[in-house]
Design a binder for this molecule. Structure first.
Ligand code: SAH
Length: 365
């Protein structure tokens, strides 16, 4: 008989940790103690948990682990952006990126091994899909980055913001993503405010309401087109949840907080979605949605059919939006010399969908 698998405590948020301790006949306050050791102090050894008695520490050793993915490779770009390639227990690899800015440090975290969505301008899509990340694998990305980056001279953590904008569609891994975000927000773990944690989605409409109820972090939505015909081509999920439904869900998401806005991401693809007409259509579409717009210059990858809009086109597009009163930013391309920019994360996915293979096969017609 094989011993039952040990539970990975890193993936348990406060409630799950309390349930774990209740199930082994311990008091709920142990959850807070252990959470703080695991995440605040980032210790790897049960014996270092000095406020936990010897007997319980031995029990924990028998029942539980605190396993993290292994760092396979670490790269730093010229602009200071850092990327880690992490190997999971099953051999798949994912990527995590840290982006330093003047006033903050943002960690871009992956939520799945690959992605099921197949957006036509994204390199993760070409990798196919293997599986959801566990909550432990998601929060471990923050733990690993915090360890590598340390603290600033004032003793503050270097990672001040987290965006779920790495590989995968976070809403399609709902429970694990929420558990990991609960840890990001918990004062005894990482203590980030919900404004500093952003979930980016291609628009899984029914799960937006659920997210709002479960863990109302900041919301970013990958819009990329001002009409359904074009968005159907770029983000195939749009055929299931068209723009009108998506925007209605976005309005509900921010309705209870007057100053909250949804960030709309818009990748700038030359000759595809970047004309002043597209910009004017976008203005119309968003006139009653509390929004900010983030224009993302397209980041190319091998064999892509798209090209980046030139700077003049991006500026023209931005000016139309700004003149209409929409808060608009052009995202700086960061870390592209190490393939760490938006849409370039690839990892090493053991594709179950055979998407890459199908693409390589000649079409029979
Ligand atoms: N699935 C989620 C999370 C991925 S976030 C989502 O779709 O929002 C990654 C962000 O980078 C999204 O806005 C995505 O549309 C954008 N992106 C993808 N490929 C890109 C590329 N090649 N260049 C620029 N941005 C890209």
């Amino acid at each position: 008989m094989t011993a039952p698998a040990k539970i990975n405590l890193l993936g348990l948020d406060r409630r799950a940790l309390e349930e774990f301790f209740a199930a082994i006949g311990e008091k709920p306050f142990r959850a807070a103690q252990v959470m703080s050791w695991l995440h605040h102090y980032s210790i790897d050894d049960f014996d270092a948990m000095s406020n936990i008695g010897k007997e319980l520490r031995v029990r924990l050793q028998d029942l539980a682990v605190m396993d993290m993915p292994a760092i396979v490779h670490e790269q730093t770009a010229q602009d200071g952006t850092r990327k880690w390639l992490l190997r999971l227990e099953d051999g798949n690899c994912i990527e995590t990126v840290f982006i330093p800015e003047d006033d903050r440090g943002t960690l871009c975290v992956s939520s799945q091994v690959g992605c099921t969505l197949n957006c036509t301008f994204c390199s993760t899509a070409r990798q196919g899909f293997n599986r959801n990340l566990t909550a432990a694998e998601i929060i471990a990305q923050l733990r690993i980055a915090n360890r590598a980056l340390g603290r600033d001279p004032k003793g503050e953590r270097i990672v001040t913001n987290v965006v779920l904008m790495g590989m995968g569609e976070p809403l399609l891994n709902f429970d694990n993503v929420v558990a990991a975000m609960n840890l990001m927000l918990d004062d005894l773990a990482y203590g980030l405010s919900k404004r500093r944690v952003t979930l980016s989605t291609a628009g899984v409409v029914p799960l937006l309401d659920r997210l709002h109820a479960a863990c109302p972090v900041s919301l970013a939505v990958s819009l990329h087109a001002p009409n359904d015909a074009l968005r159907d081509q770029l983000v195939p999920l749009n055929k299931k949840y068209p723009i009108a439904e998506l925007l209605a869900a976005c309005k509900r998401y921010v309705a209870d907080e007057p100053r909250r806005r949804v960030t709309f991401e818009y990748v700038m693809l030359a000759g595809v979605n970047d004309s002043p007409e597209h910009a004017r259509a976008l203005v119309k579409l968003l006139h009653d949605v509390p929004s900010k717009i983030n224009l993302i210059p397209f980041n190319p990858f091998p064999e892509t059919r798209y090209a980046r809009s030139d700077q003049a086109a991006i500026d023209r597009f931005r000016d139309v939006l700004m003149q209409a009163g929409l808060v608009t930013m052009t995202r700086k391309t960061r870390g592209d010399d190490i393939d760490a920019a938006c849409g370039q994360l690839a990892g090493r996915v053991r594709d179950r969908t055979r998407r890459a293979q199908r693409r390589a096969e000649p079409r029979l017609s």
